[in-house]
Design a protein around this ligand. Structure first.
Ligand code: CA
Length: 238
């Protein structure tokens, strides 16, 4: 396990088996609004330092690699809007479990994440704070690009479900899907912590697949996008 010192400017910086090993940790110096790409290795962001009043970085994982980020690291003053980019079979884990009670309401509470790659299953994992008496603001994830078999997991929860519209109405697939977006939630409480909301765009056809068997795609801690993985057209063997 090595500690890598990486500077992120305005372009892409790639962490792969050419410059890192599984289990390495990264100290990131943020100079611009570039993209940190983790390709094929499993690494953890250990430290993040901002330089200057800029910083809207993108964190990407691809090639079966994974990047774990302690959410507390994202709370540096200069960091305005970090984005997550799950490419092909990459995994990104945002771990908020170490956040302290009392700090939560000042934290970033909305994140954008994008999935890409028709031929692979990408995974995003959010681990909410374990205890959050003061977390009255829900954490919201706005998703784009999610397609067949991609996964969004709320680690440690058992109540990830359709989001009810209006008080007193039971949540059903039809009222959780509106304007082309499926709304999911893991409701919070004093006991379990913050509410986690997830907004997932899908077509009517994709929604119909989901609606035909919701329990197949949505269980207590994860959502799997309905449909079959696309198969690449391989050149015919000579
Ligand atoms: Ca995919």
């Amino acid at each position: 396990m090595a500690l890598l010192n990486i500077e992120l400017g305005n372009s892409e910086t790639i962490i792969s088996d050419e410059n890192a090993n599984n289990g390495d940790t990264i100290d990131l110096k943020l100079i611009g609004s570039g993209t940190l790409v983790v390709d094929g290795v499993d690494v953890t962001l250990n430290k993040l330092v901002g330089v200057g009043a800029i910083g809207s970085p993108t964190f990407a994982a691809q090639g079966g690699g994974s990047l774990t980020i302690n959410q507390g690291l994202l709370e540096v003053d200069v960091l305005t809007n970090p984005k997550f980019d799950i490419r092909d079979s990459g995994t990104i884990k945002l771990d908020a479990s170490a956040l302290k009670v009392g700090l939560l309401d000042t934290l970033l509470n909305r994140f954008d994440l994008n999935y890409s790659g028709d031929y692979d299953t990408g995974t995003f994992i959010y681990k909410p704070p374990g205890l959050s008496l003061l977390a009255v603001v829900p954490q919201t994830f706005r998703v784009t690009g999610m397609d067949a078999t991609d996964v969004f997991e709320v680690e440690g929860r058992t109540n990830f479900q359709l989001k009810q519209v209006g008080l007193g109405r039971a949540a059903t697939p039809d009222n959780a899907y509106r304007d082309g977006v499926l709304h999911l939630t893991s409701p919070g409480s004093v006991i379990v912590g913050e509410t986690v909301n997830v907004e997932i765009p899908m077509t009517q056809a994709e929604f119909e697949l989901f609606k035909a068997d919701p329990g197949r795609y949505l269980n207590g801690n994860s959502f799997t996008f309905p449909g079959a993985l696309a198969v690449p057209c391989l050149p015919r063997a000579a």
